[in-house]
Design a protein around this ligand. Structure first.
Ligand SMILES: Cc1ncc(COP(=O)(O)O)c(C=O)c1O
Length: 371
C-alpha cells in the first residue's frame, strides 16, 4: 500500500497558480487598454467558441443559469408552459425555466443516468412546450431520441450544456442539437474562468438576436433599444482568460479522459461500484469528464474512509435531486433518481491530479471494500 497522500477534490488556487504568468500578462494587457465591457477579447472568444462547437452563434453571458433562462425567454415562454427536465441535475436547470415564467417538470434518469427519453414522452401534457436535457458530467444525452420526441410533439429543446463543452454525441457537440443551450465557465468547469461566466449557443438567428437584447439592457448590437432586457454580459477580462485557456482545451480534455481510463482500469472489476462509462466504451459518445460520478455500496462509509486517508470527494448538490428539495414544492417521487442520489459520489477528476494520486485513490477505494 502506498504512503498516505493528500488529494483535494478540487484545488481552486491551482486554477490560477498553474497559469499565473499568462493570467497576469492578460490582466495587464487588457487593463492597460481599459477593455472591460463588450470589447474585442469577448468578440474573439465568442467567435472561437462558435468555431469550436460548430454553433452558428455564440454569446458570452454572466453565467450559464442566465443563458438557460434566456433560451426559454427567447423562444417566447408563457406562464404555465411546462418544460421536462431530469431531476438528476443542478437546481439551475429548473430555476431557468421557473424564472422565465414556466413550470419545470422533473422526470427520471435512464440507464445512462441522464434524462430518460421514455420518461420524457410519458410526462408530455397539452401544456408541455419543451425538453431540457442536461448534458451531465461531460456526457451528451442520446440526442437523436430526444430530438425525435421534440419533433413528434413540436417541442422546443434548450440544452443544459453547463458541464459539457467539447462533449459529443455522434460527432455533434453538446449544446448544438436543440434551439439553444448554455455552457458554464465556473472555475471548476473543464473550461473555467476566474469567477462566474457562461456561454449561450444557438443556430437560430431570431433566438440569437433576442438573447443578445436580453443580456444587454434590451439593446441590439448597434445599441438600439428593441425590448426590455437586463445586464448579463460576460466580462471582457474573463473572456480574455477563457480565450487563452480554450487554446489548450483539447489537451485538458485528453488528460481528463486519461484519468477516467485509470479509474476504469483499476476499479472496473469491483461489483460494489457502478462506474461511469469508460472513455472508449461507446464510439457514439465523446465524453469530457467534467466529473467522475459513480455509484457505490455503503457510499457514506466509503466517503469517510477516503476522507480519513486524505482524499476529497463530493456528493453532488447536497445529495439531493432537484425534486427532493421540499421547499421548491415538487409533489413527486422519482425512485430511480432517489436511489441514485443515495449511492452517488464523485472522485477527484481534474488536470491537477497526477497518475500516482489517481492510483492512490484507487488503492484506497479497493482497500475499503477488500481490506
Ligand atoms: C448542470 C448545471 N447546470 C447549470 C449550472 C449553472 O451554471 P452557472 O454557475 O454558470 O450559472 C451548473 C453549474 O454548476 C451545472 O452544473
Amino acid at each position: 500500500m502506498s504512503a498516505k497522500m493528500t488529494v483535494p477534490f478540487f484545488n481552486y488556487p491551482r486554477v490560477y497558480t498553474d497559469d499565473r504568468d499568462a493570467f497576469l500578462s492578460i490582466f495587464d494587457e487588457v487593463g492597460k487598454r481599459g477593455a472591460f465591457i463588450l470589447q474585442k477579447d469577448l468578440r474573439e472568444f465568442e467567435a472561437a467558441l462558435a468555431q469550436y462547437t460548430g454553433a452558428k452563434y455564440a454569446m458570452g453571458v454572466a453565467n450559464a443559469t442566465d443563458g438557460l433562462e434566456f433560451g426559454w425567454m427567447a423562444i417566447g415562454m408563457r406562464p404555465g408552459d411546462e418544460v421536462i427536465f431530469s431531476s438528476h441535475t443542478m437546481l439551475a436547470t429548473a430555476a431557468a425555466v421557473k424564472t422565465a415564467g414556466g413550470v419545470p417538470v422533473p422526470v427520471e434518469l435512464g440507464a445512462d443516468n441522464l434524462i430518460d427519453p421514455e420518461a420524457v414522452e410519458a410526462a408530455i401534457t397539452p401544456r408541455t412546450v419543451g425538453i431540457m436535457p442536461t448534458q451531465l458530467n461531460g456526457r451528451t444525452c442520446e440526442m437523436d431520441r430526444i430530438m425525435a420526441i421534440a419533433a413528434k410533439y413540436r417541442l422546443f429543446v434548450v440544452e443544459d450544456a453547463a458541464q459539457a463543452l467539447g462533449s459529443k454525441f455522434k460527432g455533434k457537440h453538446a449544446g448544438t442539437f436543440g434551439n439553444a443551450s448554455a455552457i458554464s465557465f465556473f472555475p471548476a468547469k473543464v473550461l473555467g474562468c476566474l469567477g462566474d461566466g457562461g456561454g449561450f449557443l444557438t443556430n437560430d438567428y431570431t433566438i440569437a438576436d433576442k438573447a443578445w437584447q436580453l443580456h444587454d439592457h434590451g439593446r441590439d448590437a448597434e445599441g438600439e433599444v428593441r425590448s426590455w432586457g437586463r445586464n448579463s454580459r460576460l466580462d471582457n477580462l474573463q473572456a480574455a482568460f477563457l480565450l487563452h485557456r480554450l487554446k489548450t482545451y483539447d489537451q485538458v480534455v485528453a488528460r481528463r479522459r486519461a484519468v477516467a481510463a485509470i479509474y476504469q482500469a483499476r476499479l472496473g472489476d469491483m461489483p460494489e461500484l457502478q462506474l461511469p462509462p469508460a472513455p472508449d466504451a461507446d464510439p457514439r459518445h465523446f465524453d469530457v469528464y467534467q466529473n467522475y460520478e459513480l455509484q457505490a455500496d455503503r457510499r457514506d462509509d466509503l466517503k469517510e474512509h477516503l476522507r480519513v486517508n486524505g482524499i476529497g470527494t463530493l456528493i453532488q448538490w447536497g445529495g439531493k435531486a432537484v425534486h427532493q428539495w421540499e421547499r421548491l414544492g415538487f409533489q413527486i417521487k422519482l425512485p430511480k433518481t432517489e436511489r441514485f442520489f443515495a449511492r452517488c459520489i464523485m472522485l477527484p477528476m481534474n488536470v491537477f491530479v497526477s497518475d500516482d494520486e489517481v492510483h492512490y485513490i484507487c488503492d484506497q477505494v479497493r482497500s475499503f471494500y477488500h481490506g
